[in-house]
Write a protein of this length. Structure first.
Length: 457
């Protein structure tokens, strides 16, 4: 803050007008967003108002409808909000996939308001929006939210969609066959992931206070001796989870919400916590070429609205710092000798060969999230010799841009032909999924223990 206020002899000419101007600029440009829970009509009205008032940096669209016909709204923010631009990574936040977990829904609405009102006033937010296309879905399960009865820490209903399905158990699973019928909301998100080049994502939940990272399921291929189900990008996922937890005002303290839970530094591997079959974060990583973590934002799933300002204060900086991580690593294009893009070239770092290979998009683009260090990148087109490149990758988050490097494949004249990665289990050796307790069992155990303590305390 600038000094001198108490020592000035009197107001400078025009000073009062400037102070009023600063005050006006500091006021929210989005009217009507208070700290309360916003139902579907209010949420839609807010999103439409934001888009109307900030049309140059926002794009409002629906990816589909819920079982009861409610739109699954997304607001995209960026310098080019309407479409993907080469070199600008795509990021997404998704909240409220469990309808009774309501804090994340409101946090994303306030994040939208903060971003649009800070643009061109805050240099960090301005750079972030200019260098990133940010997609925000406040509610993946609007039907569940509207059906929630007796809001509180453990609502009696609202978790599931209108068909009684748990949307975070409804995706194809990388380890076991998922017999569940794909729901409209799930299919809409799967189609959305296929339609964009998402690089980084987080889904927002409630019921605990922790950042959880893949895998959520596992078998002998991925489960380590310390009980985690480990991806080849575990170092990146730990960094992503720690980025959120340490930027949050209290998450990094490892607060215990449920008896038996203890999260050092406020993070956990998903499988080490409890098994999830058909979860969204594993689907993003395996089939979507997108790194996603799960953010549990509140011990109480549907707390009193009077607590929302405190939750916003806790999460505000963490939500921003996490978005910045989309600029980790390296990005670029794969081109032929004429400078034309080549789609579907496998582009990965040595030692990080994904079970469903990460490939270039239709513009020949690739994005690889990697921590600072030395790597060998491998560009592979079937039938052609691989091109290897040694790279020293810096931290691009401070400059809002990953290292850029374009590969030239002079012998490749057409897009290679790869069979799509089937949405059937990819990790099939020695599955141990039956040995890990599910969340439902853990909930029953905790209820039993709590009742026992109450009875005999």
């Amino acid at each position: 803050a600038e000094s001198g206020g108490c020592c000035q002899a009197g107001p400078r000419p025009g000073a009062e007008k400037m102070d009023l101007l600063r005050l006006a600029l500091s006021l929210p440009l989005v009217a009507g967003l208070d700290f309360s829970y916003h139902h579907t009509a209010e949420l839609e009205a807010f999103l439409r108002e934001v888009h109307s008032n900030h049309s140059s940096i926002t794009h409002l669209y629906s990816i589909g409808k819920s079982v009861e016909g409610r739109h699954l709204w997304v607001l995209a923010l960026g310098r080019f909000p309407n479409q993907h631009k080469i070199g600008i990574p795509e990021f997404k936040y998704v909240a409220n996939m469990h309808g009774d977990e309501a804090v994340g829904r409101e946090m994303l609405l306030h994040l939208i308001a903060f971003l649009v009102t800070s643009y061109q006033h805050d240099p960090v937010i301005t750079k972030l929006i200019n260098s990133t296309r940010i997609h925000i879905m406040p509610s993946m399960n609007p039907d569940g939210f509207e059906s929630t009865k007796n809001p509180g820490c453990y609502p009696l209903q609202g978790r599931y969609n209108s068909n009684g399905a748990d949307l975070n158990r409804n995706f194809p699973d990388g380890f076991t066959s998922n017999p569940r019928i794909i729901q409209p909301e799930t299919q809409a998100v799967m189609d959305w992931i296929k339609s964009e080049t998402f690089v980084l994502s987080a889904n927002l939940h409630g019921g605990s206070l922790v950042a959880s990272y893949p895998f959520d399921n596992g078998n002998s291929v991925t489960i380590t001796s310390d009980g985690i189900s480990k991806t080849l990008d575990n170092d990146v996922f730990v960094h992503l989870a720690q980025t959120y937890s340490t930027s949050h005002t209290t998450m990094h303290n490892g607060k215990v919400c449920v008896m038996g839970d203890y999260f050092p530094d406020g993070i956990t591997n998903g499988f080490a916590w409890y098994l999830v079959e058909g979860g969204m974060q594993d689907y993003n990583y395996i089939w979507g070429q997108c790194f996603e973590i799960t953010l549990e934002l509140s011990c109480c799933k549907y707390p009193p609205q009077e607590d929302l300002p405190s939750f916003w204060n806790d999460n505000k900086m963490a939500l921003i710092e996490y978005i910045k991580q989309v600029h980790l690593g390296v990005k670029g294009r794969v081109l032929d000798k004429n400078g034309e893009p080549i789609a579907d070239v496998i582009l990965e770092a040595r030692g990080r060969r994904h079970i469903c290979p990460y490939k270039t998009n239709k513009d020949g683009e690739y994005y690889l999230l990697l921590l600072p260090g030395v790597y060998v990148l491998n560009a592979t087109a079937p039938g052609y010799k691989s091109v290897l490149q040694l790279m020293n990758i810096p931290d691009g988050t401070q400059d809002f841009s990953a290292l850029t490097y374009d590969f030239i494949l002079p012998d490749v004249s057409a897009a290679p032909k790869f069979a799509p990665c089937p949405t059937t289990p990819r990790y099939t050796t020695g599955s141990t999924s039956t040995t890990k307790p599910s969340i439902n069992i853990l909930i029953l155990v905790n209820i039993f223990v709590c009742c026992f303590q109450i009875t005999y305390a």
